[in-house]
Design a protein around this ligand. Structure first.
Ligand SMILES: O=c1ccn([C@@H]2O[C@H](COP(=O)(O)O)[C@@H](O)[C@H]2O)c(=O)[nH]1
Length: 632
């Protein structure tokens, strides 16, 4: 772990269901290879993962089972370790390379910019040699301009110890937002190609393994499952997915299942399969070469199991059977040192401000005094956008809109560092505007953006952009809405909280006083309590539940006027600029067209030459300055 990382907290653990073929899976790490420095549950770093994987590989070699490591993309954007260097990723590629990943593919984040897809071409693909697959992705070769597969489309290999013959593919979901130096082929089109049709007809395989930057409950994986199953009626199929940032496991049929392993290095996903045929199918743990899986085990077919490991040293020591002196390998320690040196060079711990309390994206309701979106809407956007030349110099009024997906992570009470800047919002899009929109039309844009209306169908038809793209990824899967009020230990604890709400001009929700009955449960650390197709026992650590609240697609702030101020009512502006985060331009322009204000992209202009990252940082520096460079 990094020297400044908090110590993990001991908690009840569930064992890994180790079996014949085992997998460790990471996804959507988004540069968090240094681990979480404010959350003990996720304080392990990439170096710890290197050590852990080595112990688990040794275990597999010792008992004759197999272990494969998979990463399903979105390794970049969202942490200073990647974003803060110039060029971006100056240290990150060498750090990721330290892990021996057997199967790896691309996420959408690697493709938003031409530079980052070229980094895949020049660094990640060669770093992982024949482990990198690109079943539906081409790149214009930066050396000769020719369109070619970024990496091989598929491969077949045999596992080291059990001799399991695996046919494997590496996909990306039907992503349309890539820069124009790459081409993402629709999954459905790809499955019609000759190479794919031929590959899936191979009968000499024991397992088909589809890994990808694809949600495990998606049209893409449903289609791949049906297509493969239509020609391989009984071959076991394992899927590994990502993109939606959640822990999840799905059963497709009795011989096919999928795992998704969360986000931001919080989770190391574990899946195991037993009952597979293999050319050397010796039982794990057996010392005898002749102790082959008997026919009955094989006839029963595969048994899948899963575990979501909290990425901290308490969990990793336990599952590897090591302790603080036996756990770190030389390679793991050196990887942690590489990370620490890079963090130091990038000055990621330098303090921009001191957050007076926690602000949450999905762990608090919206609107709410603890909601980062409320903070943005009521304070950060109004204060920052009032400095836009149109408002400041030309005395114009404006409505500013942003998608909630532009915010990626919570702000915790305490230091808001150079690193935090990228954790909270790493995106580089600026703010543009449509000038002088009649106010009665402008004020209705937010309703169209936040409704399930035809706007989204039309945008999808016109541009391929989908509705989920405005939201935080964690919300894509449509979880159940939860509306519970904050729980505090006693009435006296509510005071500071109520004061904060009042100071932010918020409606007051009464906090609920906790009723403690089950003493054992009270002692659990709050954390993931995952429900998936196998039940609620997937997390390795037994946690108490953290609430998850859905948020709208977009929020908005009035700039230069206050529509809710009664005295101001008659003075509502006749026209306002409609300003927006550039990422949502297509939706905003179509919404305005629906409202009878038809403008083209050429009619828009730069509202503020700053990204959301800059806006947040500048606001934090002014509103929450550190005292003598420190937080109290
Ligand atoms: O410029 C951008 C790019 C993306 N977003 C938001 O991020 C999610 C996608 O995140 P994943 O990690 O790929 O799942 C997208 O839905 C947008 O909400 C953005 O706001 N600005």
């Amino acid at each position: 772990a990094q020297p400044e990382a908090p110590q993990p907290i001991a908690a009840p653990l569930r064992e890994l269901p180790w079996a014949q073929l085992n997998f460790l899976h990471t996804t959507d790490t988004h540069g968090w290879h240094g681990g979480h420095l404010q959350e003990p549950s996720f304080s392990g770093d990439w170096g710890d993962y290197v050590s852990f994987a080595k112990h688990m590989r040794d275990k597999a070699d010792a008992d004759g089972s197999d272990l494969l490591l998979i990463d399903t993309g979105d390794r970049i954007e969202g942490n200073g370790l990647y974003d803060a260097s110039e060029p971006k990723g100056q240290y990150a590629y060498d750090i990721v390379k330290q892990q021996q990943i057997d199967l790896i593919c691309t996420g959408n984040h690697e493709l938003y910019k031409a530079n980052s897809s070229e980094d895949e071409f020049y660094f990640t693909v060669p770093n992982f040699k024949d482990g990198y697959l690109a079943s539906n992705l081409d790149i214009y070769n930066p050396d000769n301009g020719k369109l070619e597969p970024l990496a091989p489309r598929y491969k077949k290999f045999t596992t080291k110890n059990q001799g399991i013959r695996i046919l494997t593919f590496g996909f990306l979901f039907d992503f349309q937002g890539n820069a124009n130096n790459t081409v993402v082929h629709m999954v459905e089109d790809t499955t019609k190609e000759d190479w794919f049709q031929e590959a899936i007809r191979d009968r000499d395989v024991d397992l088909i393994l589809v890994f990808g930057h694809v949600a495990i409950r998606s049209k893409e994986y449903d289609h791949l499952f049906k297509t493969i199953r239509s020609v391989q009626w009984d071959t076991p199929i394992a899927f590994f997915g990502g993109h939606t940032h959640i822990r999840d496991y799905k059963t497709y049929d009795s011989k096919a299942a999928a795992l998704e392993s969360g986000r931001y290095m919080e989770t190391i996903g574990f899946m195991s399969i037993s009952g597979l045929h293999g050319t050397k199918s010796k039982k794990p743990n057996s010392t005898s070469e002749t102790d082959i899986y008997d026919d009955q085990t094989l006839i029963k077919g595969p048994k899948f199991a899963r575990r979501y490991i909290d990425n901290n040293l308490f969990s990793l020591y336990h599952h590897s059977g090591k302790n603080d002196s036996t756990f770190p390998t030389e390679h793991g320690k050196n990887t942690s040192i590489m990370i620490s040196k890079a963090r130091h060079k990038l000055e990621l711990d330098s303090i921009r401000g001191c957050a007076p309390q926690d602000f949450f994206l999905n762990r608090a309701p919206y609107p709410h005094a603890s909601s980062i979106l409320s903070l943005l809407e009521l304070n950060i956007l109004p204060d920052s956008m009032a400095k836009a030349p149109r408002v400041d110099k030309e005395d114009k009024k404006a409505i500013v809109l942003t998608n909630t997906g532009a915010i990626r992570f919570d702000i915790f009470k305490g230091p808001y560092t150079h690193d935090t800047e990228y954790l909270v919002s790493p995106f580089t899009s600026g703010f543009r505007y449509v000038p002088d929109v009649p106010y009665d039309k402008a004020k209705r844009v937010i309703d169209l953006m936040n409704n399930e209306g035809p706007l989204f169908d039309d945008i999808a038809k016109l541009t391929g952009l989908e509705k989920w793209m405005l939201l935080p990824p964690e919300q894509y899967q449509g979880r159940k809405d939860v509306h519970i009020e904050p729980v505090v230990e006693s009435e006296s604890d509510t005071q500071g909280w109520l004061d904060t709400i009042k100071s932010m001009g918020q409606t007051i929700l009464r906090p609920v006083i906790a009723k403690y009955g089950d003493k054992k449960k009270d002692k659990l650390i709050p954390g993931y309590t995952t429900q998936d197709d196998l039940g609620n026992d997937g997390d390795d650590t037994v946690h108490s539940r953290i609430a998850f609240y859905n948020v709208p697609n977009c929020i908005q702030s009035p700039i230069g006027f206050n529509p809710s101020d009664e005295d101001d009512k008659p003075k509502e502006p006749e026209v306002v600029d409609v300003a927006y985060n550039e990422f949502i331009e297509a939706w905003v322009l179509l919404a305005l067209k629906y409202l009878g204000h038809d403008v083209k992209q050429e009619d828009t202009a730069v509202f503020m030459q700053k990204t959301m990252t800059d806006i947040l940082t500048e606001w934090v520096q002014e509103a929450w300055p550190p005292k003598k460079g420190k937080c109290g």
